[in-house]
Design a protein around this ligand. Structure first.
Ligand SMILES: [Zn+2]
Ligand SMILES: [Zn+2]
Length: 50
């Protein structure tokens, strides 16, 4: 079973590829910012906001 790598953004639930660190530029830009939700727009994060 391959380990699933998560986006490096603390609040992001997206899964990224082996060589990726962030799922989107949003998460990359947010790395220095404290946020309670992820606004990357991907389904996994949008569902969590409801
Ligand atoms: Zn996200
Ligand atoms: Zn992300």
């Amino acid at each position: 079973m391959a380990a699933v790598k998560k986006c490096a953004h603390e609040m992001c639930k997206c899964v990224v590829g082996e060589k990726e660190k962030y799922c989107s530029t949003f998460c990359e830009d947010a790395k220095g910012t404290q946020t309670l939700t992820c606004d990357c727009g991907h389904a996994a994060c949008e569902a969590d906001k409801l």
